[in-house]
Structure formats: C-alpha cells, structure tokens
Design a binder for this molecule. Structure first.
Ligand SMILES: Nc1ncnc2c1ncn2[C@@H]1O[C@H](COP(=O)(O)OP(=O)(O)OP(=O)(O)O)[C@@H](O)[C@H]1O
Length: 300
C-alpha cells in the first residue's frame, strides 16, 4: 500500500506555477527522501500534504484516503516537523511531553517510552531552551510522534545540525522506521538522504525529475575505467561496439561502464582479445553529480 500518493498535484500562486503535476508515490514503510534545491517546491508540497495550503483539486491521498475529504482523520495519524521544532522553551523536556499528554491522554508510560525512543531520558529535567541543537530537534520529533502516528512528514529535519546531530537523527529515523513508521523527509543535500532513504524523489522548478528506490538512483552511477594496456588501438577496436571508448594517453583507454555486469564484460572482452592489462583505475560518478545532471536536464 502507498502511504502518500499525489496525482498530478499542481499549485499556483497568482499566475506563478509553483508545483507542476507532482505524482508522489510513497510506499508504506519507506523512508522517502524528497530532494530539491532551495526554491524547488519542497516546502510547498509538504504544506499541501499537511493541509496547511489548500489544493485546488482532489489529488492528495494518504493511506488511500483523500486528504480533502478526510482531513481531520488523516492529520490525527500524521506527525510533522516543519523546519524548526515546536515546543515551549521555558518548560523542561518532560513538561513539554506532559503538556501533550494532557491533550492526548496517553499516560505517563507513553512519555517515558517517547523519551527513551528519542534518547532524551537523561535530559528530561532540562529546560528545552538549554538543549543542544540536535537535542532540540529530537525533542521536536518526540512531540511529533507522541500520539503514535503512522506517518511522519519532516521538512528539512537535518538543517543546521552538526555531523554528530545528523548521525543521531539518522539513527532515530531508522529506529522509528523499524517500528513501522513511514517517514517522508525533505532536504536540499543528497548526501543527507543517501544513507537514510530507501526511496528518493527529486524535484526541480516544481517538477519531479526522478522518483524511485535509492538503488534505482544508484544504478545511474557510471564508472569511468581507465586501463593501461599493451595495445590501445586493438583494445579500442574490440570495445567500441559495446562501450564508449576514448584514449586519454599513450597505451591507455578510458571506458564508461554503468554497472558491475558491464564492468565484467569490459574486462572479459579485453582479455578474450589477447590484450594485456597492466593497470586499472576506476572512478565512480558521485551521486551529487547525478543529482546535478538530473536537474540540468530539466533546464535543457
Ligand atoms: N507565498 C508565496 N508567494 C510567492 N511565491 C512563493 C510563496 N511561497 C513560495 N513561493 C515560491 O515558490 C517556490 C517554491 O518554494 P518552496 O518554499 O516550496 O521551495 P523549497 O524547495 O522548500 O525551498 P527552500 O528549501 O528554500 O524552502 C519558490 O520559488 C518560492 O519563491
């Protein structure tokens, strides 16, 4: 089942198209990273998903239910964190959760459970204002998950955190995900999502330019293999039908291979043609480069 689907979601402000036919498919149980540069449309999408902006048509479905028609029920099973965490700075960590318990009536056990989950039990007596940035963000998550929602929607939750804070948040996302929660989080930094997300959606200029599993994105990684050989001409001839080959220097050929099988075929072809290999250098395209390529294609 899909946790979130949008069917050609569009949004305009005045005459400006902010989102253009966004069709999200967020599988239940996934950690879905929504990636895009500043101004790409991530926050607008999230505000629409949370009913904070009103969509013109009936195009957003959460757990297969129309958001427009089941807003209260859907929001009751959703937790969210939009940019900075929301809590009372003059109350302690415990008091902030106690306050939520007055609203939800989940009991003391739930407060302890949540404190344990976000690893803030040792800080429960501290004033929220005295927490480190990472701890504040974790308190924000604690507030968002207190009512035990199935779906968490987080806008740039790693923004401003130091490496340790990012590491702890990642651990927390994985832990929450193992507990069955679907996590939809946005970021403008691919490396922030690369380690955490199971699925990735990339948005640029209000349009989706990629959506799929992280492995599908990783499959776009190309290896550039440089071989030092005894006969570069012969190697080029043997490979040119199946590969894009160039000769970067004397006795060297450079070949692009887009997956492990391709790499294996490349070496097999060279060896079967009786060419001697003296050295192999292999360099993968960085995922950031793939992101940039996908984005710039959209501008062509
Ligand atoms: N109220 C508004 N009026 C006019 N333009 C707006 C408004 N809100 C957003 N926009 C424009 O819509 C586009 C998308 O903005 P949005 O905040 O959704 O992007 P984003 O991907 O979340 O970027 P950021 O990470 O910078 O917040 C931007 O060009 C922004 O300037």
């Amino acid at each position: 089942m899909e946790s979130i689907t949008t069917k050609d979601l569009s949004y305009t402000i005045g005459s400006k198209a902010i989102l253009n036919n966004i069709s999200l498919n967020v599988p239940e149980g996934s950690i879905y990273g929504y990636l895009g540069r500043n101004g790409a449309g991530k926050s607008t999408t999230i505000k629409l998903l949370l009913g904070l902006l009103e969509e013109a048509d009936d195009t957003i479905f959460i757990q297969n239910k129309s958001l427009k028609q089941n807003r209260t029920e859907i929001l009751a099973s959703t937790g969210n964190l939009i940019e900075s965490p929301c809590f009372y700075t003059k109350l302690t960590v415990f008091e902030n959760l106690k306050y939520l318990d007055i609203i939800y009536g989940k009991g003391r056990k739930r407060i302890d459970e949540v404190l344990e989950l976000v690893d803030l039990h040792k800080e429960k007596k501290k004033n929220a204002s005295a927490l480190s940035m990472g701890m504040k963000q974790r308190l924000g998550i604690a507030m968002a998950i207190f009512h035990d929602p199935k779906l968490l929607i987080l806008d740039e939750p790693l923004n401003g955190l130091d490496p340790q804070g990012i590491f702890e948040m990642r651990k927390l996302f994985q832990h929450l995900n193992e507990q069955g929660k679907t996590i939809f989080l946005s970021s403008h930094i691919l490396s922030e999502l690369e380690k955490t997300a199971t699925h990735i959606g990339i948005i640029e200029g209000g349009k989706m330019v990629f959506q799929g599993t992280k492995n599908e994105l990783l499959n776009k990684v190309e290896k550039e293999v440089v071989l030092k050989v005894n006969d570069a001409e012969k190697a080029t001839l043997a490979l040119h039908e199946s590969f894009s080959v160039s000769q970067p220097g004397p006795g060297k050929i450079s070949v692009r291979a887009n997956d492990d099988k391709n790499f294996n075929l490349l070496l097999k072809t060279v060896i079967e043609n009786g060419i001697e290999i003296y050295d192999i250098e292999s360099q993968s395209t960085h995922l950031e480069q793939i992101f940039i390529n996908l984005i710039s294609k959209n501008h062509d």
